[in-house]
Design a binder for this molecule. Sequence first.
Ligand code: ADP
Length: 604
Amino acid sequence: MEVKNKPHKPLIYYYVVVVVLLLLFNFLAMPWFAQRQIREVDYGTFMSMMEKKEIGEVEIESNQILFTDKENTAIYKTGIVYDPGLTDRLYESGAAFSGEIVETTSPLLSILLYWILPMAIFIGLGQFMSKRMTEQMGGGNFMAFGKGKSGAKIYVRSADGIRFDDVAGEDEAKENLKEIVDYLHNPDKYKEIGASMPKGILLVGPPGTGKTMLAKAVAGEANVPFFSISGSEFVEMFVGMGASKVRDLFSQAKEKAPCIVFIDEIDTIGKKRDGQVGGNDEREQTLNQLLTEMDGFEGNAGVVILAATNRPEALDPALTRPGRFDRRVPVELPDLKGREEILKVHAKKVKIADDVDYSKIARMASGASGAELANIVNEAALRAVRDGRGFAAQSDLEESVEVVIAGYQKKNAILTDHEKKIVAYHEIGHALVAAAQTDSAPVQKITIVPRTSGALGYTMQVEEGNHYLMSKEEIENKIATYTGGRAAEEIVFGSVTTGAANDIEQATRLARAMITRYGMSEDFGMVAMETVTNQYLGGDTSLSCSAQTQAEIDRQVVALVKKQYEKAVSILTDKRDKLDMAAKVLYERETITGEEFMKIFDQS
Ligand code: ADP
């Protein structure tokens, strides 16, 4: 009961404040205003004005005389002095005797004006506010956005809420979450057998893979209220504020049960407590409160907590233990089929040509997240509008994949003739080495149009299907392909440029991973020298070996890349005529397709 009354408390305060304000206004401010309008003068001024016949109206009261000037612009007041014949002289001066210089409104009217009317206005306002508040608490039958004290965005599902069908791919995650929906629909089935639902479910995966969407879809399918808050919203400047927000969120959620509470970016509050003196007290208190609240309700209370993070390794173990977030649902980057489905889901929202080959776009956008794919479709639609077309076509989608990967085309980047030639040879170098080796992804497109990302040109290779494993040979070939650009420069021009910086980085990273993580070096065998610390955010690694081993790793990495570079040089020297031919065509046309390139490659 107490909890139910909570939202009305502020309204009572509101009414009390209004009444106090009205009292102050009517008893202090009003008389003061009235006083201010009357000017007090001495009796001499009154007499001289009377002699000069400047008095308009006059009213003689028992203790004062009120009078106005001829133009009636101001009211004056003076005291009573014994003055026989005053009335006669006033009469002679032409003053009019009045009974009501200071207008007194009828008592009934003044009560109405000063008391009833303001009260009615304030009560009306109060009622309106209270109605709004009730709606925001989720009382309505419609989508009502708003914020409670906890700051959680609360809304009751509307008819057009997100469904599982809107989330493409991610079948495993959906399968997992369907159980929750079933439980929210039919809790008795679970209670009967004595099973309790997981209290918390942790959605982990890289950014933009649809974690928020999935949480909303669960609420949408289950037709229950959905509370959404970001972890960062709990973090306040003052110690204890975040904890009070957590308490409030849970008390609201329990009231609205069955419901779903979604905490985005939970790592902001759920980070491991490091135990250092003078640590982040506020964050730790908030986390402790969250742990306590999660313990505080029964598994079958009907409140399901979903949380999303892309740093699961940073979470406090107390948070991820059974009984709290006891289920972990991975939401990974979509595979080829997933990417195709996501593209199709988003393509439904824009006007798009019927003959679009989604599978090809999905293959081009390998490694893209759901959010990036949604962006690709939107970019394509924007491009169509820019070109004055009514719908997006295949070419728009292909161009937007490149925009997402490499940035926009740089229209005014002016390369000198010689530079352009170097870039053409560099790119053909990559393509030739890739084509000459087995197990390399086919070349899709080669271009030397500079991009805003800083790339002066690039060779796009597109895998045919899904690729989950990579053999040692494949990685070596990949390294050789990366070095192909620089090799071509050296063979043709006898000097090297800065253009290979990105290739060098990529080749080194692959070579390093082969040795330190994939166990592909003979000396070290299956020993991990590096561990990935940040799986979903860039995959940073940390070394875990002695200084001597580090030196040995460095030596082996250099040797590995060098060997592949030599392989690339030998391939290109061997096919020098094709290198020249293809580079010439690319120099002239600036962009050639994979087929055009392969035609030159296959010429004998
Ligand atoms: P996350 O919470 O994992 O960072 P979101 O759920 O906020 O990602 O997704 C961002 C956007 O990306 C969504 O609004 C949606 O347009 C798109 N998106 C991501 N994954 C998918 C998917 N599997 N199906 C359809 N759209 C997706």
